[in-house]
Design a protein around this ligand. Structure first.
Ligand SMILES: [Zn+2]
Length: 390
């Protein structure tokens, strides 16, 4: 028997106050990355809540970071295995609550880590609780919350990868994109390049024409680099740093351009890389030397991710809203799991704004709706929708 998404939504809406209170409790336990004891205190609180609804809790010690929290709920044998992924750490140092206290005002819940990403944890808790109120879960659900995502997951990455490889799909509880609450189906990759230009120095007054200005050459190269951008396709090359020359009265011998490359696909990155290597000096007396490469590959919008998105879109419609998808520049642990080829959908957490900023908030009314959507996604995936299995 399927559970009506409308009745789940009504149930969760009646719990909006309780969800808000749970979020307040999590926010008031500050949890900056690299603070093992505060992180452990928050993890203990979250573990208690998940244990209370029947989850089997396991802590993974991570030296210098506080524990990662794993919670397991069993479904029927051979049913899909889902991994809900998130983090308990925030970017705010201890004591931030003094200047940025928990506040509820005009439907907004403000405080450090509300949006990124304690609301996502609360939504997962209440989504599972609502499903469990109807009976055993329809599939195996595991949640992993890591303590070090905001500093690049140095300690937890192997655990995330290990658990992702045991899952049929990964649902990332990170904040939604924009106030319309879009989920994230792709994330840009990054490259960094340096173009060094060597010209010929001379006296700007006596010997101007004997010089070959590296700065003039650099200006022409900047134009050539800029011409490679296709911002409408997500490909950008930003010559964000330029240096060169020694004095105004010397024709510059050296100049340097540092370029930040952003892209959505490996193909784009390879084309941009090749084009940068094809740059030739405008003035044949100048020499160009290019160094650098792609540093982080993109979380591409794969067919598996799109299938998950369709499932989430349907679940959202079931509870009365249209779920958009968005490509974003910033990253999460979702791209570790996507890079392993595990179907991954990101941005299923809270709806709000101001991640990492003093005005960080989530909308209170979105908590029940997003939890209902997550419950709907879990139910649909359990029924085999959206997963290419076998
Ligand atoms: Zn986050």
């Amino acid at each position: 028997m399927t559970i009506s998404s409308r009745s789940l939504l009504r149930r969760l809406q009646s719990e909006q106050k309780a969800m808000t209170a749970t979020l307040a409790r999590y926010v008031e336990l500050e949890s900056p990355s690299g603070a093992p004891e505060p992180i452990a205190a928050l993890v203990a609180e979250i573990a208690k809540d998940f244990a209370a609804i029947g989850g089997r809790v396991r802590l993974h010690r991570m030296k210098g970071h506080g524990p990662a929290l794993q919670v397991d709920f069993s479904g029927p044998r051979r049913s899909p295995r889902l991994l809900l992924l998130g983090h308990v750490d925030t970017v705010y140092p201890l004591g931030t609550l003094r200047t940025m206290p928990w506040r509820e005002k005009a439907g907004k819940l403000n405080g450090p880590g509300t949006f990124d990403m304690k609301a996502g944890i609360v939504q997962a808790l209440y989504a599972l609780r609502a499903l469990l109120a109807e009976g055993p879960l329809p599939c195996n659900v595991r949640m992993l919350l890591v303590p070090d995502e905001e500093i690049g997951s140095p300690a937890s990455q192997p655990l995330t990868e290990k658990l992702a490889l045991q899952a049929d799909a990964v649902l990332v509880l990170e904040p939604a994109a924009g106030e319309e609450g879009a989920c994230k189906t792709s994330r840009k990759g990054v490259g960094r390049y340096t173009l060094r230009i060597t010209g010929r120095a001379s006296h700007a007054g006596l010997d101007f024409e004997r010089g070959a200005s590296a700065i003039v050459e650099a200006a022409r190269q900047v134009e050539a680099i800029h011409a490679l951008c296709q911002p409408q396709k997500g490909l950008t090359l930003n010559p964000g740093l330029i240096t060169g020359g020694t004095r105004p009265n010397v024709v510059a011998e050296h100049a340097e351009i540092v370029v930040d490359l952003r892209f959505f696909s490996a193909a784009q990155a390879k084309r941009a890389d090749a084009a940068l290597h094809r740059l030739r000096p405008h003035d044949p007396r100048c020499k160009l030397e290019l160094t650098g490469s792609v540093e982080r590959w993109a979380f591409e919008r794969s067919p598996a991710t799109v299938r998950l998105y369709r499932v989430a879109q349907k679940a959202a419609r079931g509870v009365g809203f249209e779920l958009a998808e968005k490509a974003v520049g910033g990253g999460s642990d979702g791209n570790l799991t996507a890079a392993l080829g595990i179907p991954t959908l990101d941005g299923l957490g809270g709806v709000g704004d101001g991640a990492h900023a003093p005005h960080e908030f989530v909308f209170a009314r979105e908590l029940p709706r997003r939890a209902a959507m997550l419950a709907g996604v879990i139910t649909a995936l359990a029924a085999g929708e959206g997963l290419a299995r076998g």
